[in-house]
Design a protein around this ligand. Structure first.
Ligand code: URP
Ligand code: ZN
Ligand code: ZN
Length: 456
């Protein structure tokens, strides 16, 4: 064996137990008490928890968006990822009119192969069916290793929005091809109508970002999406769920047997729309926006009772100077916030605080995303799985600041937040890449994760 991590407590989505863990050639090859191998490096993890690396199923790295490019390159975003215990990220390449899926993803894959510090996979955003040719390509995309396609009900002027007919065609063809459809659900016409009204009235500060897309604007689109998925009998994954009414509709469909999966993000669990009243409210601008306390509570309830399937970050940071474009006009603020380095510490911190169990945090951040998106070698600590391992110290408090993050952005919405417990080591396929506060890996450590076809 190359590595033995001894005396720790293993956490899986189901249970926690004392065990050593042995690694060879990037895989977990042994689990049990008293593992020995004179050739192996031995790490003593007494008093620590041993977790599967998190899978951040929602990031936007080097994404052209909002008049600029999101601030984290593949290198910076994945460097930050491993320093927070994330060992695989899903990115969202954007297919555009006239271009194919594999062609689009291949370009991003080549960039990521040079830069990535952790493993990476792709959901491909579909913006135009190219007269049906894109639907015909779904099967080849699945064979290539992309088994999830994303639709936006918003971003009309950015050329990213799909209409209902296109969405239903994608839902059905994805199902037939062994893929799942991801969706950003908000109602674009209501947003445009409300924005025009606020600008006319001279209401231009960040609060009106929230007011232009409040709860009922997201809820209509959530319900519409669920309606089409149920009637097409096709799997649907709703990204960044933020509102109570939409959540309830999705949970209801799930309870009745439909394959509706729900993702939320730490920012919707931590903050409410009140952040948009702050002087730095523009820094919190993301879509969908944070909602009211009732929605925040409903999301926590669904985290606790098992109704939410995954927590991911929607990591899409922009620099302060870019957020400042919207000082006098909220519509000019690039949408998105940082979070990839905070995901696992935040959810595990909720476990340290007794709000959820450690197993539930692992399920939400690692095991479920692996299952839903066909990452067959990841998401759990078991013999044969990739040795994506996080050593977590439940006694180490950590106060988040931009100065102790490992990314390229220059501010964070998480500034000043203290989490209880923190990762002390991260291994990507057996290689140590984060050690006691320091990044110790290198660009190019990450490999493409070929997602298996999914069949629900
Ligand atoms: O504000 C956000 N979320 N920006 C990234 C794109 C998206 O909608 O997920
Ligand atoms: Zn989105
Ligand atoms: Zn997103």
């Amino acid at each position: 064996m190359d590595l033995i991590i001894k005396n720790g407590t293993i956490v899986t989505a189901k249970d926690m137990f004392k065990s050593d863990i042995g690694v060879a050639d990037g895989k977990i090859v042994a689990m049990g008490t008293d593992l020995k191998d004179d050739n192996a490096k031995v790490v003593d993890a007494s008093g620590k928890l041993i977790l599967p690396g998190a899978i951040d199923a929602h990031t936007h790295l080097a994404m052209p968006f909002g008049g600029t490019i999101s601030a984290d390159s593949y290198e910076a975003g994945t460097r930050a990822a491993v320093c927070g215990g994330v060992t695989t990220v899903f990115d969202y390449p954007m297919q555009r009119k006239g271009h194919g899926i594999v062609e689009t993803v291949e370009g991003r894959k080549q960039m990521a192969e040079k830069e990535a510090c952790c493993d990476f996979a792709f959901h491909c955003c579909i913006t135009d069916l190219n007269d049906g040719a894109i639907l015909d390509e779904f099967k080849s995309a699945v064979d290539y290793g992309v088994s999830s396609f994303k639709c936006f009900f918003v971003y009309k002027k950015e050329g990213m929005m799909v209409d209902d007919a296109t969405f239903v065609k994608i839902l059905m063809k994805a199902k037939e091809s062994g893929a799942i459809t991801n969706l950003h659900a908000e109602n674009p016409d209501m947003i445009d109508l409300r924005i025009a009204q606020y600008l006319k009235e001279g209401k231009t500060d960040a609060w009106y970002h929230y007011m232009s897309r409040p709860e009922f604007v997201a809820a209509e689109a959530d319900k519409r999406a669920v309606h089409w998925a149920v009637n097409a009998d096709a799997p649907l994954y709703i990204v960044h769920m933020s509102d109570k009414e939409g959540l309830e509709a999705a949970v209801d469909a799930k309870m009745k047997g439909s394959k509706v999966f729900i993702e939320t993000c730490p920012q919707y669990l931590e903050f409410t729309c009140d952040v948009y009243k702050r002087p730095d409210g523009r820094n919190f601008v993301c879509s969908p926006p944070m909602k009211g306390e009732e929605s925040r509570q409903a999301l926590w309830q669904a985290i606790k009772n098992g109704a939410i399937d995954t927590v991911a970050t929607d990591h899409c940071p922009f620099q302060q100077s870019e957020k400042d474009w919207g000082l006098n006009d909220f519509t000019k603020i690039p949408n998105g916030c940082a979070g990839v380095e905070n995901l696992y510490p935040y959810m595990l911190g909720a476990a340290t605080d007794g709000i959820i169990s450690y197993s539930r945090a692992v399920e939400l951040c690692s095991t479920n995303p692996a299952k839903i998106f066909g990452c067959t070698d990841k998401g759990s600590l078991a013999i044969g799985k990739d040795a994506d391992i996080v050593v977590y110290d439940p006694k180490k408090d950590f106060t988040i600041s931009v100065s102790n993050m490992h990314s390229d952005y220059d501010h964070t919405i998480w500034e000043g937040k203290t989490v209880h417990g923190y990762p002390v080591q991260t291994y990507v396929r057996g290689k140590l890449v984060f050690d006691d506060g320091d990044y110790v890996g290198k660009a190019g450590d990450g490999k493409f994760v070929k997602c298996a076809p999914v069949n629900f």
